[in-house]
Design a binder for this molecule. Structure first.
Ligand code: ADP
Length: 307
C-alpha cells in the first residue's frame, strides 16, 4: 500500500504488481473502501477493482504479524484450503497477492454481515428461518466433508450473508484437510461455546463430527437466542460441554422436531451423532417443500410475516 496515500481524506489505492514474462511490470489497482471488520490479525475492507469495477472484500494481513513460523504456516494452510473450494455456500476465494507490508486475500463480498449480527439484532429467529439457514449450512458442510475438509470453527460469526441473503461459510483459519477419511486430528482448536467434547478430551482425536456438533450448537443458538453451554467463564463452559449439561428454557417455544434434532446432535459420542444426510432427512428439515430457498431482506430487522 502507498504510505503517502494513508491520509484521512485521501483515496487509498492498493497496487498489485505483476511481473510479466517479458520482464515488464503490470499493475492492478484496487481502491480501498470502508472497513468491514477486524479479526485476530487481519482487517477486512471493501475494495473496488479499478479495472473491472467489481467490489470485493479484502482481508489485509500485516506481515509484521507473521514473524512467528506458526502464524505463517497457519495463514498458508488457510489460503491453500480456501483456494481449493468452490461452492454456492462457501465464501468465494477470488485471489491472493502480497507487497512488502501486507498479504491481501480477496474474497467475495458479503454485504449483510454474519448470523452473529443477525441474532444480536433479532434476539432469536423463527423455526422457518432456522430451517432455511440450516439447509444451506448442511449443503456447505456436505461439500467440505466430501473434499476431506473439516472447518473446525463453525459459529454464527463465520456464517456470512451476501446481498441475496444466501449463507456463505467463511474463515478457514482453523480448517484442516484429512489425508484419508479415517484419520484423526489432535490439535485443540475452536471457539469455546461451539467446541465439541472430543476436542476438549484430546485423547481419542477428532474428525468430521466436530462440525456436526457445532451445527447443533448453532441450531440451538438461533432458536433459543443464546448458546446452550454459555456461562461467564470458559472453564465452566467446558465442564458443561463435557457433561452435556444444557436445557431448553420454558419461556421459549420450540417444536418437538427441533428439540429432537438438537438432542440427537449434542451427543457425547461422535459416532452416534446424525450424519449430514440424516440431518437433511430429519423431520425438522424434511417438511415437504415449506422451507424457502432464501429469506427476504426485511428479516434482517424483523421476523417474516406469517402469510
Ligand atoms: P478472523 O480474525 O475471525 O479470522 P477475519 O479476518 O476473517 O476474522 O474477518 C474479520 C471481519 O471482517 C469479520 O468479522 C467480518 O466482519 C469481516 N469480513 C470477513 N470476510 C468478509 C467478507 N467476505 N465479506 C464481508 N465482510 C467480511
Amino acid at each position: 500500500m502507498d504510505k503517502a496515500n494513508e491520509g484521512k481524506d485521501q483515496l487509498i489505492i492498493i497496487e498489485e504488481k505483476i511481473s510479466k514474462v517479458n520482464g515488464e511490470m503490470a499493475v492492478k489497482k484496487y481502491l480501498r473502501g470502508k472497513l468491514l471488520g477486524k479479526g485476530g490479525f487481519a482487517k477486512c475492507y471493501e475494495v473496488t477493482n479499478l479495472e473491472t469495477k467489481k467490489i470485493i472484500a479484502a482481508k489485509i494481513i500485516p506481515k509484521q504479524t507473521l514473524t512467528k513460523n506458526r502464524a505463517r504456516q497457519k495463514l498458508i494452510s488457510e489460503i491453500k484450503i480456501h483456494k481449493s473450494l468452490n461452492h454456492q455456500h462457501v465464501v468465494a476465494f477470488e485471489h491472493v497477492f502480497e507487497d512488502h507490508e501486507n498479504v491481501y486475500i480477496l474474497l467475495e463480498l458479503c454485504t449483510n454481515h454474519t448470523l452473529n449480527e443477525l441474532i444480536k439484532r433479532r434476539k432469536r429467529l423463527t423455526e422457518l428461518e432456522v430451517q432455511c439457514y440450516v439447509v444451506q449450512i448442511v449443503n456447505a458442510l456436505k461439500y467440505l466433508h466430501s473434499h476431506k475438509v473439516i472447518h473446525r470453527d463453525l459459529k454464527l460469526g463465520n456464517l456470512f450473508l451476501n446481498e441475496k441473503m444466501e449463507i456463505k461459510l467463511g474463515d478457514f483459519g482453523l480448517a484442516t484437510k484429512l489425508e484419508f477419511d479415517g484419520e484423526k486430528k489432535h490439535t485443540i482448536c475452536g471457539t469455546p461455546n461451539y467446541i465439541a467434547p472430543e476436542i476438549l478430551d484430546g485423547k481419542t482425536g477428532h474428525s468430521y463430527q466436530v462440525d456436526i456438533w457445532s451445527l447443533g450448537v448453532i441450531i440451538y443458538t438461533l432458536l433459543i437466542g443464546k448458546p446452550p453451554f454459555e456461562t461467564p467463564d470458559v472453564k465452566t463452559t467446558y465442564k458443561k460441554i463435557r457433561n452435556i449439561s444444557y436445557g431448553f428454557p420454558e419461556n421459549v417455544p420450540i417444536s418437538d422436531q427441533a428439540r429432537g434434532l438438537i438432542t440427537r446432535i449434542l451427543n457425547i459420542d461422535p459416532q452416534r451423532r446424525p450424519t449430514l444426510d440424516e440431518i437433511m432427512s430429519s423431520s425438522f428439515l424434511n417438511t415437504g417443500g415449506t422451507i424457502p430457498k432464501v429469506l427476504p431482506l426485511a428479516t434482517l430487522a424483523c421476523p417474516p410475516s406469517a402469510s
